[in-house]
Design a protein around this ligand. Structure first.
Ligand code: SAM
Length: 150
């Protein structure tokens, strides 16, 4: 089952990633339960804010058929998420295992919209302001669901 391949792949790297990047990842079983509890005829489009190592996006697309865009501030984490996604693509190709065919795209940028960042900057705050504007080809209103684990 693709679920087991995703679990195995991300279990192997979770600890070292948390240590090097200092962030906490979502528990794969809990993410699966969460999406299972979402009763919706068509899983549609999912926006993932702070996509980290790409686990949520791979679960959402491959197990539930969401078309997913993940926004992530760290270019290194975007690369890691793309590498995981490529590795899982290869598993699917080589094993012929059945998956839902949702699409996955990772975009480097700051998920706080630019108008909000300009406002906090004008108010004298310096947090949350760096990073590309990821909302050049899509907007938050295009999506049916938003996932965030800040
Ligand atoms: C707690 S981790 C969750 C990662 C992943 N979504 C998961 O559930 O395993 C939060 C992620 O959000 C990213 N992040 C934090 N602030 C961000 C921002 N303003 N814009 C984009 N990404 C951000 C961090 O780099 C980190 O990868």
């Amino acid at each position: 089952m693709i679920e087991q391949y995703i679990k195995d792949q991300y279990t192997a790297t979770a600890v070292s990633l948390s240590k090097s990047y200092g962030f906490v990842v979502s528990d794969i079983g809990k993410v699966i339960d969460l999406f299972r509890s979402v009763r919706h005829e068509k899983m549609g489009r999912l926006l993932s804010l702070g996509s980290g190592d790409g686990r949520v996006e791979n679960i959402a697309a491959r197990l539930f058929g969401f078309n997913v865009i993940g926004i992530e501030l760290s270019p290194q984490l975007v690369q890691i998420a793309r590498d995981h996604t490529e590795a899982l693509d290869e598993v699917v190709q080589h094993t012929g295992i059945k998956t839902k065919d949702g699409t996955i795209e990772f975009v480097t940028g700051n998920y706080f919209p630019i108008h909000f960042r300009k406002k906090v900057q004008a108010d004298g705050l310096t947090t949350f302001i760096e990073g590309h504007d990821p909302y050049t080809n899509f907007k938050i209103a295009d999506f049916d669901f938003v996932y965030v684990y800040p």
